[in-house]
Design a protein around this ligand. Structure first.
Ligand code: HEC
Length: 309
């Protein structure tokens, strides 16, 4: 159809005598290696082979190192947000926040999340305000130059359990409990890793000696982790009545940590959906437009008339 419309609109183009237009001569200097000397060819081939070999070696080393020892790779779990158009499970985010607040917050900070971020995601505004007011936040200095504590506000960040890294290390046998806000993308395996590490504690295999204050976890690089097992069945009670098994707690806190590191997750996928729909439409328009514009050229026939004399 595009070609028909094109022919009607631009049939004038067809009438231009093709043999009156001078034929352009194509000169290609750049896309050929014919002109190269043998030395240059040999040098470039050698460089290519060396670069390829080095890449393959690095890849093999990386693979063999991360598969070495007794370390386990976390398996891939069927997270409900894995699909291209799947949102996070917001009931799970809310439960994960409860786990973080009641268990992990004793050791781990989460200083890049504010209480206002919870509004509309896992809590209503009134609930988030109540959550903030539950915490005492350091503020100041006041008019006599002293720091003071006050109930939290929506604009406050989650309070940290320790004033600084040294205090955190001193309280945890020298190990530093990392800030959890961006831990999920910060580790290979992301939420699979978080889930595995929280549920993977076991006795050390024969021959592995742990130091004081270390525990064995095959998912942790090296196996000896300074965080004691934090989650057990029924260690907390969920406000929505979900049975708080260890794996449920680990799954919910992993989803919560996924959200804190990627709060734009749902919006991003929603946007992708819109972009796909709109771009599909405009691609079709563009294809039609192109065929329309080219139809006069694509459907013409060129004849060569040899000179008469
Ligand atoms: C008793 C204190 C304590 C509690 C409670 C605690 N952790 Fe930890 N966590 C630590 C310490 C200490 C480390 C550092 C371990 C190390 O480097 O060996 C750590 C490390 C981690 C790591 C990083 C592991 C890595 O690959 O570097 C993650 C993830 C983590 N904790 C998640 C959690 C979650 C989720 C919770 C709550 C369910 C939690 N932790 C509760 C003390 C704690």
């Amino acid at each position: 159809m595009a070609s028909t419309v094109g022919r009607i609109c631009a049939s004038r183009l067809l009438r231009i005598g093709t043999n009156t237009i001078p034929r352009p001569v194509q000169i290609s200097k750049y896309s050929t290696i014919k002109g190269w000397s043998r030395g240059r060819k040999a040098l470039l081939t050698t460089m290519g082979v060396i670069a390829g070999g080095a890449g393959a070696l690095l890849f093999a080393l990386e693979k063999s190192i991360s598969a070495a020892d007794l370390e386990l790779h976390p398996p891939k779990y069927p997270w409900s947000h894995r699909g291209y158009f799947d949102s996070l499970d917001h009931a799970s985010i809310r439960r994960g926040y409860e786990v973080y607040k009641q268990v992990c917050a004793a050791c781990h900070s989460m200083k890049y999340v504010c209480y206002r971020n919870l509004v509309g995601v896992s809590h209503t505004e009134a609930e988030a305000k109540a959550e903030a007011e539950d915490q005492l936040i350091e503020d100041g200095p006041n008019d006599v130059g002293e720091m003071f504590k006050r109930p939290g506000k929506l604009s406050d960040h989650f309070p940290s359990p320790y004033p600084n890294e040294e205090a955190a290390r001193a309280a945890n046998n020298g190990a530093y409990p990392p800030d959890l806000t961006y831990i999920s993308p910060g580790r290979h395996g992301e939420e699979d890793y978080i889930f595995s590490i929280l549920t993977g504690y076991c006795d050390p295999p024969a021959g592995v000696v742990l130091r004081e204050g270390q525990y064995y976890n095959p998912y942790f690089p090296g196996g000896a982790i300074s965080m004691a097992q934090a989650l057990y069945n029924e260690i907390i009670e969920y406000t929505d009545g979900t049975p708080a098994t260890q794996s449920q707690l680990a799954k919910d806190v992993a989803v919560f940590l996924k959200w804190t590191s990627e709060p734009e997750h749902d919006l991003r996928k929603q946007m992708a959906l819109k972009v796909l729909v709109i771009f599909t439409f405009f691609t079709l328009v563009a294809v039609y437009w192109k065929r329309h514009k080219w139809s006069t050229l694509k459907t013409r026939k060129l004849f060569y008339q040899p000179p008469k004399n």
